[in-house]
Design a protein around this ligand. Structure first.
Ligand code: SF4
Length: 299
């Protein structure tokens, strides 16, 4: 049987579900390949995956099996597919990718994880999807919720000398001295990142940073700072300045990318050279002067 797999979002980041479906069918002797939606009617069976809500839904042949959180939050792979080792050859992917846990115990109102996956639970370890690659992208949403599981996964990574990307970040509120110490032995593929979305967690953020920087250089720590959701402009400035004072990297995430204040504030913070050398007041002043000059020149 010829199997066509449609990755609706992009081919830049490998789609884990499609890689598992590919393994499942190849084991049964089927021919499997990625295909564009325009050519999908040439296959005996077609699967399509849509992870992001903003991706446009293409026209697909009748009978296409569609899944992914951008299509239906309740869609799941059947167990016999979910338990497959990913077929990395589908994307010529040279790193391992997967989950060792699912879900999250927090209830951030803007996040689909609790609705889609429910509460945190362990589902496996890196050997379910790693087979010798030098780099590993972990997709766990809140790996350090469970101290024992976190230690187990970190030791597997350290023992195998793998460079890791905790792609969904770690939860600063769960950070302990022991976790910080273990993290200092992990080879990092990308900086470790955390989130400081709500003002109420300031104390936990500061405590967590203090534990981390005893073991890890602050340059390796990034904090995503959500703005425009339920914080004031003063609170946005306060958070990025606290992070700057601690020596870690704030990275601003605007809730509304079209809002002029949010766009400007994100541009100021996320441009590291500017953020280090220019205050927010100076940045705003320069911006106003620049706009004024531009307007004057066009008159
Ligand atoms: S902590 Fe992260 S994964 Fe959990 S609900 Fe909040 S945003 Fe989602």
């Amino acid at each position: 049987m010829n199997i066509g797999l449609v990755d609706i979002d992009s081919h830049n980041v490998p789609n884990l579900a499609l890689m598992k479906i590919s393994s499942y069918h190849k084991q049964r002797g089927d021919d499997v390949e990625l295909c564009g939606p325009l050519f999908a009617d040439q296959y005996d069976k077609v699967y399509a995956s849509k992870i992001f809500r903003f991706s446009e839904m293409p026209k697909l042949p009748d009978g296409t099996i569609i899944g992914g959180s951008g299509y239906d939050l309740s869609s799941r792979l059947p167990e016999e597919m979910e338990n497959q080792f990913p077929d990395y050859s589908l994307y010529n992917c040279d790193y391992a990718i997967g989950f060792t846990s699912r879900g999250c115990n927090r209830r951030c109102p803007f996040c689909i994880v609790p609705k889609k996956e429910g509460r945190f639970r362990v589902i496996g370890d890196i050997y379910n999807f790693w087979n010798g690659q030098s780099r590993l992208m972990l997709l766990d949403n809140s790996l350090n919720t469970d101290e024992i599981h976190f230690e187990k996964i970190a030791y597997q990574i350290i023992k195998n000398n793998i460079e890791v990307d905790f792609s969904q970040g770690l939860d600063i509120r769960h950070m302990t001295d022991s976790q910080a110490e273990i993290l200092s032995h992990v080879k990092l593929w990308k900086r470790i990142h955390f989130a400081w979305d709500f003002m109420e967690i300031e104390k936990s953020v500061i405590n967590g940073i203090e534990k981390l920087i005893k073991h890890i250089h602050p340059d390796n720590l990034t904090f995503y700072v959500l703005i425009g959701y339920n914080t004031t402009e003063y609170q946005d400035l306060h958070r990025v300045m606290v992070l700057k004072d601690k020596g870690v990297n704030p990275f601003v995430m605007p809730f509304n990318k079209h809002n002029p204040y949010q766009k400007r504030f994100a541009r100021w913070v996320n441009h590291k050279a500017i953020f280090k050398s220019v205050s927010w007041a100076e940045y705003l002043h320069n911006h106003k002067t620049h706009n004024h000059d531009e307007r004057t020149m066009t008159l």
